[in-house]
Design a protein around this ligand. Structure first.
Ligand SMILES: [Zn+2]
Length: 309
C-alpha cells in the first residue's frame, strides 16, 4: 500500500469516529516519517494515528491548548517529536542546498541547533524572533542534540519574547591561524551565502554584498578550535572597518590584502572568546584581548634595563 492510500485509510478511520482530519495533513506526515526519517510503514501508521488522535478534537479543530512544550535542556534522546517555544538566537550559513535555514534556537533552559529543510518549505524564521515551533524531531550527532524542522512542523510567531538562558562557551588561547575565506568577502544578496567569483551556488551570477569576517583557529594549549568573528567583531578585533577594508582592496587591486593585514594583527595574540558552539565553530559573540609580553615589549624592557647593568 502506498502512502497516499494509507493516508486516505487513516483519514476515513477518523471520520468514522466523527473526527475530521484532512487527508493532506496525514499524507504529509506519513511521507515525512517514511521517506525522510525512514520509519517503517507500520510504525509510521501507528505514530500518525496517535498524533492526530491527540491533536484533533471532535470538531476537527487542532487543540492548541493541549500542546505540551519541551524545554530545550530536557531534550535527551533522538528521534523524538517535540514542540518548542523558542527564540532564534542565531542564523548560520546553510552549507547545502537541501537546507533552507540553520541556526540556534534558545529558551530559558538552553540552546539547540536547528535545521529547517528546504523540502519542508516552512516559513522563514527571523533572527531574534520568538516562535512556537511544533512537531520537530530531535537528532543527535557526536553527543550533541539538534532539532530538525520538517514537513510536519508548524511555526507560529509568539507575541511574548522568549528569554534565552546563557548557553555560551568561553575559551582562552592564542590565535594560531587565519583561514582562507577570511577578510573581505562578498555574499549573495538573496541567500547570504558567500559567493565565489560573483557566483552563488544557488542563485548563479549575482552582484554581491561586501562583508568582513575572520575564520580563525584558536589554540588553548590543549585543543584547537575554529572560531568565527562576524563583521562587527572583526572590526573590533582588527580596527579595520568594512569601509577601510574596501579601500585597502581597491588601492591594492586585491582582496587578499585585507586577510594578510588581519593575519599580521591577530596571529600569535592571546584572547578570551565567548560564543556559541556549533559542531565545528565557536561563533564568537564577545571577546577580550589578553595582555602578553610580546617581543617588542621584551626589547624595550631590555633597552631600559641596560642603563642599570
Ligand atoms: Zn544565493
Amino acid at each position: 500500500m502506498d502512502v497516499k492510500e494509507l493516508a486516505e485509510q487513516i483519514s476515513v478511520r477518523f471520520s468514522e469516529q466523527g473526527v475530521h482530519v484532512p487527508v493532506e495533513e496525514v499524507e504529509q506526515r506519513l511521507t515525512s516519517l517514511v521517506n525522510e526519517f525512514k520509519v517503517p510503514v507500520d510504525e509510521a501508521k501507528r505514530s500518525v494515528l496517535s498524533y492526530f488522535a491527540k491533536r484533533y478534537t471532535k470538531d476537527g479543530v487542532p487543540d492548541v491548548a493541549e500542546t505540551v512544550y519541551t524545554r530545550i535542556a530536557e531534550i535527551n534522546a533522538e528521534d523524538k517529536w517535540v514542540n518548542l517555544k523558542a527564540k532564534v538566537v542565531q542564523l548560520w550559513e546553510p552549507n547545502a542546498l537541501s537546507i533552507a535555514q540553520v541556526g540556534l534556537l534558545g529558551d530559558e533552559s538552553g540552546a539547540i541547533k536547528f535545521t529547517s529543510w528546504a523540502s519542508a518549505n516552512l516559513p522563514i524564521l527571523q533572527e531574534g524572533g520568538s516562535y512556537s515551533i511544533r512537531s520537530v524531531v530531535t537528532k543527535s550527532w557526536q553527543g550533541r542534540f539538534s532539532v530538525s524542522l520538517n514537513k510536519a512542523t508548524s511555526i507560529a510567531p509568539l507575541d511574548e519574547e522568549i528569554a534565552v538562558g546563557r548557553a555560551e562557551t568561553e575559551i582562552q588561547g592564542a590565535i594560531i591561524d587565519v583561514q582562507s575565506g577570511s577578510g573581505l568577502i562578498k555574499r549573495c544578496p538573496e541567500c547570504n551565502r558567500v559567493i565565489v567569483k560573483g557566483y552563488c551556488t544557488e542563485h548563479g551570477k549575482v552582484s554581491g554584498v561586501y562583508d568582513l569576517r575572520v575564520k580563525g583557529v584558536l589554540d588553548n594549549g590543549d585543543v584547537v578550535t575554529d572560531v568565527l568573528f562576524n563583521r562587527e567583531l572583526t572590526e573590533r578585533l582588527t580596527g579595520i572597518t568594512l569601509e577601510d577594508a574596501k579601500e585597502m582592496a581597491i588601492e591594492a587591486l586585491d582582496h587578499n590584502v585585507v586577510a594578510d593585514k588581519i593575519k599580521s594583527l591577530v596571529i600569535g595574540r592571546y584572547y578570551v572568546l565567548r560564543g556559541n558552539k556549533t559542531p565545528r565553530w565557536l561563533l564568537v559573540t564577545d571577546f577580550a584581548k589578553l595582555q602578553t609580553i610580546d617581543e617588542q615589549d621584551i626589547d624595550s624592557i631590555l633597552e631600559r634595563s641596560e642603563g642599570y647593568l
